[in-house]
Design a protein around this ligand. Structure first.
Ligand SMILES: [Zn+2]
Length: 482
């Protein structure tokens, strides 16, 4: 075999191994790649639930009062830790650190947009193309584990995974004012999934009022204002609640749909990550009703009505967590985390500057000056570096308590799933929350790095990119060519 022919043969192999989108036209499921990472079969599956901005400062008093039965049960039967965030606390950077185990300087997503980078023209919203390092789902997929990811920050455009990935741009709102309109490409992997999921998208202009009313008791003026908002106005409570909840309901419906199908067709993904965003947006804008003692005088009628809004989001997330856990099998370790916590800013929202906001509301609403006066803008809740980590099930030790950082998620999940830990990650395996018998049976192994083993650029390259240097690099890294 000539070197050229060998290369062709290897590329043909890789076309089936790596580029799952190139399966036979009549084959509905993409061909899974052959595993290239050796691992121990621990039997552990992972359910990772990301709740943006969740804090024990809200959770603990609720649990003490007998509320949040699911999270409370998970903590009692498992482990908890304050999860130390990284400054500045920007969600795309933080959630990408969770998913990669790396610093933002390493993984490349530092801001909400490409601001500060040497991008030409308008800054673009943080996206997967800016990520320079592997995600945990890349690594687990390369070890043969199946993957499901829904709504993760900066996951658009969808990259190939061993399973399915629904990006953070699947909804219309994340966040259309930054995202330069609706992008219909790259919304999901596999791409065919997009059409199937489009009908599940909740339109914030036709919002899920039944779901909204479970969280907030609206008076007539509030309801008019909520309905009149045509985009999420920064730091405006009713519009961000509407858009954030529409986004979250969309991802819940999509997750339910995909899991129901997985249950019919041979089982849930080995690694399932679901991201819930509503808590962050609502905590920013309704915190003064949650902790009124930290603010000046608040209208007592509104306080009585809106006092439970923040707690209600936690209750809603607890109910959804119960659903996810109910469908998981006994081998599943459930991990609930946030990227940061929250604290009161001490500053009450104030009446919005009319002219600046006028285009964010329907004309009917702005015409009624009286109604428009109700618009208030301001962040009464701001990020705090103490996030949450809760884990339970499988070999997680009941009642254990520790400290953790965003960097510890990737190594800990890899250890639970029996994969060697790459030595080039700064975090650690949270061994103190894992049953020693499990660690004895599946000792923690290490590997220098996965970054050269799985070439990200090659992973993304099309099947026709035969001359692509990155594909060649990967072939070299796997020892296929010199
Ligand atoms: Zn936030």
């Amino acid at each position: 075999m000539t070197r050229f022919a060998l290369t062709r043969a290897v590329l043909a192999l890789l076309a089936t191994v790596w580029l799952a989108g190139c399966s036979e036209p009549d084959d509905p499921a993409p061909t899974p790649a052959a595993p290239v990472i050796e691992s121990q079969k621990t039997g552990v599956r992972i359910l990772l639930v990301g709740i943006d901005g969740a804090t024990f400062n809200v959770i603990d008093p609720l649990i003490e009062a007998g509320d949040l039965p699911t999270l409370g049960g998970l903590i009692r039967g498992g482990a908890r830790a304050v999860l130390e965030s990284d400054r500045p606390m920007r969600s795309p950077a933080l959630w990408t650190t969770v998913a990669t185990g790396r610093t933002r300087q390493d993984h490349g997503i530092e801001h909400f947009t490409s601001e500060g980078e040497e991008a030409e023209g308008e800054p673009v919203l943080a996206n997967s193309g800016m990520r320079r390092t592997l995600t945990i789902w890349d690594i687990l997929g390369a070890a043969g584990r199946t993957i499901g990811v829904v709504g993760w920050w900066a996951s658009w455009p969808a990259e190939p995974v061993r399973g399915w990935l629904v990006t953070d741009r699947m909804t219309r709102s994340r966040w259309s004012e930054w995202a330069d309109g609706v992008k219909q490409e790259g919304l999901t992997y596999p791409a065919e999934l997009t059409d199937e999921l489009l009908p599940l998208i909740v339109d914030p202009l036709d919002p899920p009022m039944e779901e909204i009313r479970k969280i907030i008791e609206l008076d007539a003026a509030d309801e008019a204002e909520l309905l009149a908002a045509t985009r999420p106005v920064r730091a405006h409570g009713l519009s961000v609640l509407k858009y954030a909840l529409s986004t979250q309901v969309t991802y819940e419906r999509i997750t339910d749909h995909l899991l129901a199908r997985a249950d019919r067709e041979g089982g849930r993904p080995d690694f399932l990550a679901v991201f819930l965003i509503a808590n962050d947006a609502i905590s920013h804008t309704f915190w003064h009703y949650h902790q009124p003692e930290k603010f000046g005088s608040i209208d007592p009628e509104r306080l009585a009505r809106l006092g439970p809004v923040v707690a209600n989001v936690y209750r809603r997330n607890d109910d959804y967590l119960a659903e996810l856990i109910a469908g998981a099998d006994e081998s599943t370790v459930t991990i609930v985390i946030s990227d940061h916590g929250f604290r009161p800013s001490g500053k009450l929202p104030t009446a919005g500057a009319k002219r600046r906001l006028r285009d964010a509301f329907t004309e009917e609403f702005t015409e009624t000056e009286e109604g428009f006066e109700t618009v208030t803008v301001g962040q009464s809740g701001v990020h705090h570096p103490a996030g949450i980590f809760v884990a339970g099930g499988g070999p997680i030790v009941a009642g254990s308590e520790t400290d953790a950082t965003l960097y510890d998620l990737t190594p800990t999940i890899l250890a639970l799933m029996g994969l060697p830990i790459p030595e080039d990650l700064p975090g650690r395996v949270l061994t103190e929350i894992i049953d020693p018998a499990f660690l004895e049976r599946y000792p923690i192994q290490t590997v220098p790095t996965y970054e050269r083993l799985i070439n990200r650029r090659a992973l993304l390259a099309g099947a026709d990119a035969e001359n692509d240097e990155s594909t060649m690099e990967m072939l070299r890294s796997l020892g296929y060519i010199q």
